[in-house]
Design a protein around this ligand. Structure first.
Ligand SMILES: C[S@@+](CC[C@H](N)C(=O)[O-])C[C@H]1O[C@@H](n2cnc3c(N)ncnc32)[C@H](O)[C@@H]1O
Length: 309
């Protein structure tokens, strides 16, 4: 039976450790989580200008893929999630760090966390899985728990870019002939535009500093409105844009994975695009990532090809 709320949906996905890893980055594998986690952690650290004194909140922390990389560099890392099963995996993975806290959210609210208690917050690949009202209410909550001048980094799927639209088309095609008597999946992928995200920020007490939207994602850096030096922060974020935004190569390779899912190219054609490490560090990461995806799809795609072994 389809899950009726976010908690049961994600607890079900994370009912095994393998399932939890698959749900966060499709990998089922600690090595891939470390690789993609380090990549995303660099973007987050740069977007938020993370400092050793910072208390940082991750909303929707999953298995601690990103937190595992950031916790050693900051004063306190708090991972909040709606799924206790996800948090159980995160607890095990991060047990060596004394400065880690985990908060199970009873519903889509940060009500158990005090106001003005974090310097920075981030949320990656989470708002794409909830109703727009919950997305907006969470932005209000993030503004509340941030200290004056606090920074936040978050992302959503981007309808307004060509690769984002291709990702959306996969969802549309799944729904095209859906049974109208069935309720839509509670955590299905949701898509936004930069304009929509800007409106959500402005109405939730956050001032956007930068929005990167050339990839399938809208990546937003914002400051809690009303305090802090927004102009200086904006200049810093613009200076660091290339280290925060997904690169053209990342976008091309991610788009190729989307095309495999949509049936536009074959998995073997994707492997060909992963042959040249000299193109950039993303090639090696995607090769490991795609290898694990292939392993999960061997029944459909055939045995893992030599190039991915
Ligand atoms: C795709 S995973 C991403 C995990 C992590 N941010 C990362 O990038 O590795 C989505 C996570 O968001 C959590 N989540 C989904 N809906 C939520 C909600 N309404 N409130 C809080 N967490 C939620 C899920 O339990 C899951 O851990």
């Amino acid at each position: 039976m389809a899950a009726t709320n976010y908690k049961t949906f994600w607890d079900d996905k994370a009912s095994t450790t393998t399932g939890a890893f698959i749900a966060v980055d499709g990998s089922a594998n600690e090595d891939v989580a470390r690789l993609t986690g380090a990549y995303t952690a660099r973007q987050v650290a740069c977007a938020l200008d993370l400092q050793p004194r910072d208390r940082v909140l991750e909303l929707g922390c999953g298995v601690g893929r990103i937190g595992r990389e950031l916790a050693p560099k900051i004063a306190h890392w708090e991972g909040a999630d709606i799924s206790e099963n996800m948090l159980a995996v995160a607890r095990e993975r991060l047990k060596e760090f004394p400065n880690v806290g985990l908060t199970e959210l009873k519903r889509s609210s940060l009500e158990s966390l005090p106001s003005a208690s974090f310097d920075k917050a981030y949320c990656v690949a989470v708002f794409i899985h909830m109703d727009k009202e919950d997305f907006f209410l969470y932005l209000e909550e993030i503004a509340r728990v941030l200290k004056p001048g606090g920074l936040v980094f978050f992302d959503t799927w981007n309808l307004a870019s060509a690769p984002g639209w291709r990702r959306y088309s996969i969802e549309v095609n799944q729904h095209r002939n859906a049974d109208p008597s069935q309720r839509k999946d509670v955590a299905r992928n949701q898509f936004s535009t930069p304009e929509e995200v800007r409106a959500f920020c402005l109405h939730s007490g956050l001032e956007p500093l930068a929005m990167f939207s050339e990839s399938p994602w809208v990546q937003t850096v914002a400051i809690k409105s009303g305090a802090g030096d927004a102009a200086a922060q904006r200049a810093r974020v613009e200076r660091d844009a290339a280290r925060i935004a997904y690169t053209p190569l990342w976008t091309e390779l991610f788009d190729a994975m989307v095309r495999v899912s949509g049936g536009d190219i074959t998995p073997r054609e994707m492997v060909q695009s992963l042959g040249d490490d000299a193109r950039g560090e993303e090639v090696a990461m995607f090769r490991v990532w795609f290898r694990e995806l292939w392993r999960h799809n061997e029944a459909h795609w055939g045995p893992l090809p030599e190039e991915l072994r």
